[in-house]
Design a protein around this ligand. Structure first.
Ligand SMILES: Cc1cc2nc3c(=O)[nH]c(=O)nc-3n(C[C@H](O)[C@H](O)[C@H](O)COP(=O)(O)O)c2cc1C
Length: 210
């Protein structure tokens, strides 16, 4: 069993709650083959026309520019690590109501017809990653779990719609730490309780995967 952990925060764990969630998960995962894909450490040019130009040049045999070579290699690597994984863990913050741009780039690389989804003969979307499981670990300083605020939350909701809704992975666990900035007096308790849940999730999945 292969576990892929997509780490999407380069702030230190002493300051960033979602980095601490990543660290806690790794410390409590045992006996499985685990790979971290650190989106901030990878060379990942933004998704756009450079990629389509690169595809065209590959077909025609033209020489690729530096950025075209880099984006092709980066996309291939992202697809390869996802293909190799049985369980994919996403550890990310909510920043400005959404996910960090680097995580968006990872998703852009793997969100591809014929790879993570396809359309059938009736035009229906068919998920192609239904054999994989996913875990969501996310932190947000405000509270977004109320019915009024939930539509504003475009980090965990987005990742779940992509990997669960489109790619078809089974989301087996989700830990959200929220409200620690909104209620500083309760912050320590909120974070400690959330990290205990992360540890539990890591241990439970270690037992399942071994
Ligand atoms: C650049 C940045 C943007 C943020 N934007 C929001 C936001 O829109 N809403 C919110 O409730 N908290 C926001 N926060 C607070 C984070 O959600 C909070 O720090 C949480 O723990 C996740 O980020 P972290 O893992 O980097 O700490 C922001 C924090 C940073 C560093």
């Amino acid at each position: 069993m292969n576990v892929l952990v997509v780490k999407a925060n380069n702030r230190p764990a002493s300051e960033a709650v979602s980095s601490k969630m990543y660290e806690t998960f790794m410390e409590n995962l045992e006996g499985v083959n685990v790979t971290t894909y650190d989106v901030f450490a990878e060379d990942m040019p933004y998704f756009g026309q450079d990629l389509f130009n690169a595809f065209g040049k590959m077909q025609s045999g033209e020489t690729l520019t530096d950025v075209e070579q880099r984006i092709l290699a980066a996309k291939q690597k992202a697809m390869d690590v996802l293909t190799a994984a049985d369980l994919v863990v996403f550890a990310f913050p909510l920043w400005n109501l959404t996910i960090p741009a680097k995580l968006q780039t990872f998703i852009d690389y793997v969100y591809a017809a014929g790879f993570t989804f396809k359309y059938d003969e009736n035009g229906q979307l068919v998920s192609l990653m239904t054999d994989k499981k996913a875990i969501i670990l996310s932190a947000r300083g405000g509270i977004y779990s109320t019915p009024e605020a939930a539509p504003m939350e475009m980090a965990a909701t987005y990742v779940k719609n992509v990997v669960g809704g489109v790619f078809g992975m089974e989301i087996v666990d989700e830990v959200i730490i929220e409200g620690h900035n909104a209620a500083p007096d309760k912050a320590q308790a909120i974070i400690a309780e959330g990290l205990a849940k992360v540890a539990e999730v890591a241990k439970r999945n270690s037992a399942v995967l071994v």
